[in-house]
Design a protein around this ligand. Structure first.
Ligand SMILES: Cc1cc2nc3c(=O)[nH]c(=O)nc-3n(C[C@H](O)[C@H](O)[C@H](O)COP(=O)(O)O)c2cc1C
Length: 198
């Protein structure tokens, strides 16, 4: 039930095929593929090459670690993310290492790494679903996250599954069409809000 993006211009397959399912199969993600997914994040661009991203990774084969990360998610996300094969949490280092000043692009750069990670997964036919719904303070506590780091987003990874396996409240969204703002709402030239002619 891949929900390929209906794009107005050509995009690479990894972009068109990436979407955020909640239903996953029980097929495990091979270590070699997981390593590729992490490697894609490692090679993201970042301000001053700070590479402010860090990731906590929990695979299903380590039940205790998987449940530990699952327990950090809000209940509404636990309900479906428990079917994923891998859970992750991205973290941002808030300051530049070279001078200790505030890195106001830290979250941007973690987003860059997160996006590369998702696109690498997509190219491998593996689905990713990011989540804001987690308890950051609990994560800090459970994983001994130092003060200079901040949890950014949680992630569920696996192979896209059958929507019918989801709890009832999630099935409709799983098959609903994907929606996006229009080109004119997003891309401007000359002045804010003035659509680019492109
Ligand atoms: C940072 C971030 C936080 C999100 N938080 C949640 C979440 O807590 N729970 C959830 O079910 N989906 C969450 N999503 C998934 C979005 O709802 C989804 O990406 C969006 O609807 C677009 O759909 P698509 O990814 O299938 O294109 C999140 C996505 C991102 C990028």
């Amino acid at each position: 039930m891949t929900k390929i993006a209906q794009t107005n211009a050509h995009v690479i397959d990894a972009v068109a095929h990436r979407w955020s399912p909640r239903a996953f199969t029980d097929k495990s993600v091979k270590a070699v593929d997981l390593k590729s997914i992490l490697e894609a994040a490692r090679w993201a661009a970042s301000a001053y090459n700070e590479q402010p991203w860090r990731y906590i990774v929990a695979t299903r084969d380590n039940e205790a670690e998987f449940n530990k990360l699952l327990g950090v998610l809000v209940e509404a996300n636990q309900a479906w993310a428990k079917g994923a094969q891998v859970l992750m949490l991205s973290l941002a280092k808030k300051t530049y290492t070279y001078n200790g000043s505030n890195n106001r692009h830290a979250w941007h750069d973690v987003g860059m790494a997160d996006a590369q990670l998702s696109l690498q997964a997509s190219a491998l036919g593996i689905a990713t679903h990011w989540m804001a719904g987690f308890d950051g303070e609990k994560a800090r506590d459970v994983y001994n996250i130092p003060d200079e780091f901040e949890p950014v987003a949680a992630l569920a990874i696996g192979y896209e599954g059958d929507p019918e396996t989801l709890p009832e409240g999630y099935r409709k969204a799983e098959v609903a069409p994907r929606e996006r703002k229009t080109h004119d709402q997003l891309f401007f030239t000359g002045s804010f809000g003035q659509p680019t002619k492109l």
